[in-house]
Design a protein around this ligand. Structure first.
Ligand SMILES: [Fe+2]
Ligand SMILES: [Fe+2]
Length: 540
């Protein structure tokens, strides 16, 4: 057998490993859209950030020696690399980094300062045991704030950082590392979907109870306190939780304002229908306002079903079409019985007007400070979908010898939805708009329509970049069906009564046919002419 044939044979026998066996290529320093250039840039950025933080920690930690600095640098670095490679939501923008660094330095400086003040307090008030004060440090505020402003995954990593560093400040005490870690994690857990500022104080109280429990545990583990000492330690333990809630409550508006974060509390403020933008929409584009309310109901219900943020879905749906208020009559829901303004326009111009409502919406969101989350959803609520009506119209009048119709000119500019909530608003918007075109919206027809629209959106690739799964789409369709069936429900015709006979008489609510007979209602239907004379239609 010749060498060539051997080579050929070995080539043919070459095992092709399934993709699952190919090791994942982790890029610990890459950002979500990690191109090579971006990766290098971010690597330097991260290294600079960690070096600066380490230097600050050396200054804050007692002793101020290089050993502490090295320990801190390794701790921050290793946890950071692990989290970025394995935790999907551990991806930051520059402002998030700055926020985390500011919070870490602030909280640890507060701890260090407290450690300087406690001995002085111990001397000033000898009745209170000096070692009891330390339980009152409200370090759990860090975890609460990170959970509210970023996410739970980052809050967990932050809790590990801050509790280890807090333990180092308190003389490398393992008990206090655990004490702070549990406080931070419980605090972060207690503010899930926080919808009012009172939740922060409640979270603080829960942390306080857990702190008191840990003080009791310590009493059993190490040298037991006397009752007098224990009662003060319990009191300060509980106070530590309350202080954490109070600090988080006081500092939250500052971080919201400086870093431009949109919290659930801010969303609730924006959900007020007296907001100037919504008031303008009611007056200038009432059809769009009504459409937005229905979309918000659908998006909120679906968000609950797929464990997205229902408040964000609802509030962003209120504002998603806010860009239509500059040219309301170019959108069918506001035209009423007026002539369609697009009849006299070229399809390309019509599509430009439609596309522009997204850009104008984003500008209004920026002007009225609606926050980044809502602004992003406004920008993504049509993804890159095709305005099929005007595209088809352009194709129908297209002259093949002249310029060909470019499909891209009839697509929204995107980007596609990047979050579950943005995907929900896109779907609810498309389904609600389509449901208006049904002539006789029976439950079966609505169900078919919902299925068709969701399938089309999915096949068009509009949901490729958000986290909705096929299982989620099934749940969403069920929610949309229920809501649309309720909205388009059928009612029995109401009997009509003439005001003359109705006035001054006691009404019998029990028998409709009797009422009709008395009021001449049957005559009304039989004699159309007389009914038209009697009929008073307000507003006509
Ligand atoms: Fe829209
Ligand atoms: Fe819409």
């Amino acid at each position: 057998m010749s060498g060539n044939s051997l080579k050929k044979e070995s080539g043919e026998r070459k095992i092709r490993w399934p993709k699952i066996f190919i090791p994942r290529n982790h890029k610990p320093f890459s950002l979500p859209l990690g191109e090579k250039k971006e990766t290098i840039k971010s690597r330097w950025k991260w290294l600079g950030f960690l070096s600066l933080l380490t230097a600050l920690m050396i200054f804050i930690l007692p002793g101020r020696n290089v050993g502490n600095g090295l320990l801190v640098a390794i701790l921050l670095f290793v946890l950071f690399i692990f989290s970025q490679a394995n935790i999907r939501k551990f991806q930051f923008r520059d402002k998030d980094l700055l926020f985390l660094a500011t919070l870490l330095v602030l909280m640890l400086s507060m701890t260090r300062l407290s450690m300087e003040v406690f001995p002085i307090l111990g001397q000033a008030i000898p009745e209170i045991p000096a070692n009891a004060y330390v339980y009152g440090i409200g370090l759990a505020a860090g975890g609460i704030l990170v959970r509210i402003l970023l996410n739970s995954e980052t809050a967990l990593i932050f809790a590990a950082w801050i509790s280890i560093l807090g333990g180092l400040i308190l003389g490398s005490d393992l008990f206090f590392t655990i004490y702070f870690f549990i406080g931070n994690v419980l605090g972060a857990h207690s503010v899930e979907f926080s919808e009012n500022r009172g939740i922060l104080l409640k979270a603080g109280a829960k942390v306080g109870i857990a702190n008191a429990g840990m003080v009791v545990a310590q009493n059993f583990i190490s040298a037991p306190f006397n009752f007098y000492e224990l009662s003060f330690c319990l009191f300060f333990g509980f106070l530590g939780g309350v202080v954490a809630g109070g600090v988080a409550l006081g500092v939250l508006p500052f971080f919201e304002w400086v870093f431009g974060y949109t919290t659930n509390i801010k969303l609730l403020e924006l959900a007020n229908l007296n907001h100037p933008l919504l008031k303008r929409m009611i007056l200038e584009a009432p059809g769009t306002y009504h459409h937005s309310i229905v979309v918000s109901t659908m998006a909120e219900a679906a968000a609950r079903a797929v464990k997205a943020n229902p408040l964000l879905a609802r509030v962003s749906a209120y504002y998603h079409d806010i860009g239509k208020i500059s040219k309301p009559l170019y959108f069918v829901e506001n035209q009423g019985y007026h002539q369609n303004k697009h009849d006299k326009l070229e399809p390309s111009l019509s599509s430009l007007i439609l596309i522009s409502h997204v850009k104008e919406g984003v500008e209004l969101a920026r002007e009225y400070r609606l926050g980044e989350k809502i602004q992003n959803i406004i920008q993504q609520h049509h993804g890159t979908s095709l305005i099929s009506f005007f595209y088809q119209k352009a194709k129908d009048i297209e002259d093949p010898e002249m310029e060909q119709v470019n499909e891209e000119a009839y697509r929204y500019h995107g980007p596609k939805p990047q979050t579950k909530e943005a995907g929900l608003v896109l779907l609810a918007d498309a389904v609600e708009a389509a449901s208006r075109s049904l002539v006789h919206p029976t439950p079966a027809r609505l169900q078919g329509l919902v299925q068709r629209i969701i399938n089309n959106v999915f096949l068009d690739g509009q949901l490729d970049e958000c986290e909705l799964t096929l299982k989620d789409l099934h749940q969403i369709a069920k929610c949309f069906n229920t809501i649309l069936t309720s909205i388009h429900h059928h009612r029995v015709e109401y009997p009509l009564t003439t005001p003359k006979e109705g006035n001054g008489k006691k009404r019998n609510n029990g028998d409709i046919s009797k009422q009709l007979a008395k009021a001449g209602g049957l005559r009304f239907w039989k004699n159309k002419k007389s009914s038209e004379e009697n009929l008073k239609r307000p507003g006509v």
